[in-house]
Design a binder for this molecule. Structure first.
Ligand SMILES: Nc1ncnc2c1ncn2[C@@H]1O[C@H](COP(=O)(O)OP(=O)(O)O)[C@@H](O)[C@H]1O
Ligand SMILES: [Mg+2]
Length: 239
């Protein structure tokens, strides 16, 4: 993202925003509600075009271009007339036996075994989110964008899903850009955290997170983790 500015009817939401995601990197953007995080994804996904600035992938300009990334929206957007398995398989260019086996494996790992042929209306919000997630993880695009993917989950399920995501990501290092307002989640998962200011959103600070991989759940109780949490909290609060 190079100097991205975006307004809606004269209401400036993003201002001169620049950042990048390296290949195989897990980057998280944290910012207050209404700071333009979802707007950022709509820009990257080509649903909106920036007023100024450029969005590039592998050096190629992709302003307003759709289909280049895999995007999991804030609320799960499953097709109600398709089963869980078909929502995962029929979403992209993926089909065939190899993908079906992989999808079944991921469904099982996400704790959804037995729901392969269920319809979205038969699932809880958290379960739908997991399906939405698997669909993203299985998509062929090299950049996965996750918009507050765990926000509808209770604390326990959240931790489980984070561990699940980490184990899958650590296996095949896709590039991930996530947004969240949950600091601990950002710290636990990310290689780098970018802190946004309130509206119009600018980048306040970037942090490289040094915790070794594979990440151990026990780090979240360590003093170092708490210190990081404090740093980022203070940055968000502007102190
Ligand atoms: N399509 C749109 N038309 C007008 N205003 C919009 C549109 N999309 C987002 N906004 C405004 O942009 C601001 C940021 O929204 P959003 O990106 O959803 O924030 P976040 O995801 O950080 O909570 C909000 O004030 C919202 O009202
Ligand atoms: Mg949002």
């Amino acid at each position: 993202m190079e100097n991205i500015t975006k307004s809606f009817e004269g209401n400036k939401v993003l201002e001169e925003l620049s950042f990048h995601v390296n290949e195989g990197e897990f980057v998280t953007i944290v910012g207050p509600s209404g700071s333009g995080k979802s707007t950022l994804f709509h820009l990257i996904g080509g649903l909106y075009t920036p007023d100024s600035g450029d969005i590039r992938m592998d050096g190629e300009r992709m302003n307003g271009q759709r289909g280049a990334i895999s995007y999991t929206p804030q609320s799960p957007s499953l097709l109600p007339w398709r089963t869980v398995l078909d929502n995962i398989l029929l979403s992209g260019e993926i089909n065939g036996e190899k993908y079906e086996l992989e999808a079944l494996r991921m469904i099982e790992r996400a704790g959804l075994k037995g729901y392969e042929q269920a319809y979205p209306s038969e699932l809880s919000g958290g379960m739908q989110q997991r399906v939405s997630f698997i669909r993203s993880l299985m998509s062929p695009q090299s950049l996965i964008c996750l918009d507050e993917p765990f926000s509808s989950l209770d604390e326990f399920t959240r931790m489980e899903m984070q561990n699940w995501l980490l184990s899958i990501w650590e296996e095949n290092k896709r590039s991930i850009l996530m947004v969240t307002h949950h600091i601990e989640e950002a710290l636990y998962l990310s290689d780098r955290i970018i802190v946004l200011s309130g509206k119009p959103a600018k980048i306040k600070k970037e942090f490289s997170i040094p915790f070794p991989r594979p990440r151990q759940e026990s780090i979240i109780l360590s003093d170092e983790f708490l210190q990081w949490k404090r740093n980022i909290y203070n940055e968000l609060r502007g102190t």
